[in-house]
Design a protein around this ligand. Structure first.
Ligand SMILES: [Zn+2]
Ligand SMILES: [Zn+2]
Length: 334
């Protein structure tokens, strides 16, 4: 099969993904083989390709927002059938036995595996994944539209939950960085009745999309929203946004950091945190997050804005992502 393989992590501008022929994988007893139709490109893929995250297996195939069709089943799989359309997300497998798994926090599993990092992902014609961790996808989203739901959407949804906001009607939510996750989160938050304030650079693409999607206020990443916010989510991997984002929060507000990697956070005065403001991160997702989000996305119905790339152009998609040149989400069509 054709795949984009990371020979060794390097700055994406030197095109570290190699488009080559490799052996197609075989499913283990509890796995399915999926013919990939579309795979979203996430900032985490960029962090893996550039070595911001440590290398976990050599010559990994990235990609963890996979939409495809089940092509073969392992001998113990009964939950899906050949021909089913499925989605595969970041969380590949958990142990089911550690203290986190037993406490319904499988996102923090001690032995978690991740698609496109600790195992090969979807920048390829075929991928294998444990059957218990694939999602059935709602109708109404074609393959291209569905792909960004699987990480940008699911992690965005978990980030929204971790804001702790319970009464969404009129709640003021901030979003810092308006890429794939931001453009999904604003739609969920607005459907729930929130007012959304967006701080993002790139007037032409990101600010324009935020306005199109009904942001109450849109500003540059250095601007301060005109009102105090109940909670904010930082999707940009930029630690320097944390102090101004804290400053924009109301008393008791929650600042959720939605990324897997962030540049160092500068020191700041305690007064920014005092009055019971909270900073917390988001790590991975549970399968329940995924199922709940996909159901809510279908009900809204949410619409993703996507830019299409060919599999062999995965480096170009990552370069565009790095340079803020994607409006919405980048998706490889395979
Ligand atoms: Zn576990
Ligand atoms: Zn991701």
């Amino acid at each position: 099969m054709k795949a984009c393989v990371l020979s060794s992590p390097a700055a994406v501008d030197v095109r570290p993904l190699k488009y080559i022929e490799v052996d197609a994988p075989n499913p283990n007893d509890d796995e399915v083989l999926v013919r990939v139709h579309a795979c979203g490109v996430c900032r985490t893929d960029l962090h893996i390709v550039e070595g911001d995250l440590p290398e976990r297996i050599p010559a990994v195939i990235p990609g963890h927002q996979i939409v495809g069709e089940v092509a073969a089943l392992g001998s113990n799989v009964a939950s899906v059938a050949v021909g089913d359309r499925v989605g595969i997300a970041w969380l590949r497998r958990t142990c089911g036995a550690c203290r986190f798994c037993r406490a319904s926090k499988e996102n923090l599993c001690e032995r978690a595996e991740f698609n496109g990092w600790t195992a090969n992902g979807g920048f390829a014609e075929y991928v294998v994944a444990p059957a218990d961790f694939v999602y059935s996808l709602p109708e109404g989203f074609d393959d291209l539209q569905a792909a960004p739901l699987l990480c940008a959407g699911i992690i965005g949804y978990r980030s929204l939950r971790l804001t702790g906001i319970e009464n969404w009607k009129g709640a003021r939510l901030g979003i810092y960085g308006f890429g794939a996750a931001g453009h999904v989160v604003i739609q969920v938050a607005r459907a729930r009745g929130a007012e959304v304030y967006v701080c993002t650079r790139d007037r032409e693409r990101h600010q324009a999309l935020a306005t199109e999607l009904g942001a109450k206020w849109v500003g540059d990443s250095s601007e301060t929203p005109p009102v105090k916010l109940y909670a904010s989510i930082v999707f940009a991997p930029a630690g320097e946004l944390v102090p101004p984002a804290l400053e924009a929060l109301d008393k008791g507000g929650v600042l959720v950091l939605g990324g897997i990697h962030m540049s160092p956070i500068p020191s700041f005065d305690y007064s920014l945190l005092y009055q019971e403001r909270v900073i917390r991160s988001v790590a991975n997702n549970t399968r329940a997050d995924g199922r709940e989000f996909l159901a809510e996305a279908a009900k809204i119905p949410l619409r993703t804005h996507v830019e299409k790339f060919r599999l062999e152009d995965a480096n170009d998609a990552l370069i565009a992502l790095k340079h803020d040149a994607i409006k919405g989400a980048a998706v490889l069509m395979i």
